[in-house]
Design a protein around this ligand. Sequence first.
Ligand SMILES: [Zn+2]
Length: 238
Amino acid sequence: MTRLTVTTSWDDGHRHDTLVADMLRQHGLAGTFYIAPDNVEIAPADRLSATAVRDLSADFEIGSHTLSHPVLTRVPRPRAEREITDSKKVIEDLVGKPVTTFCYPRGMYAPEHVDMVARAGYTYARTVRTLATGIADNPLEAPTSLETGRFARQRMVVDVVRAARVVGSTSLVRTGRWDDIAIALFDRCRATGGVYHLWGHSWVVSDRAEWARLDRVLAHIGGRPEVTYAVNGALGRG
Ligand SMILES: [Zn+2]
């Protein structure tokens, strides 16, 4: 089994998501945008408008990232449940289609939150774990392959060792250049098959002025006839 599936996901519902969407279209990639309609960490003027979300939903999957982007482990249980359950309904009303994917804010959750996600009817939930290149053991705790722009924070010794094994190069991992690492990891996955899941935040790409790096990576991983391009939700439907 050497078939490779490539998916991407983009968190938070920032207005710059439309720029990411343009790049995904240009390079023949699929993607899921995780929206928190009342994200308190993004100024209202910087959030995707309702119209923009609907436009995105024509070509991409829209998933829930809660209503207001709380860290689920730091809010009372009933609040967490509302954030998970009500956001599904709010976003479904917005885009006019079922919302089956969820993303835990900051990747923070406990087993009870996985249960809430299942009860709400989601079939796939993404975490922030990286360096995975296979099908998730549990689609409600799905790991990813790499985060755009954020490799530097993984440079503790244990992470370098693990990353070097997955990426296939210690020296490359030590550079911390996420775009080079993303491309090297993709090239390995082309040989082994599995799932390559690149994710990030459009506002981080913008803050770091890394649009050219992102474009370089998306151009490399997109539009390949031997690769299956899928939205996140397709990975939860087994
Ligand atoms: Zn987020």
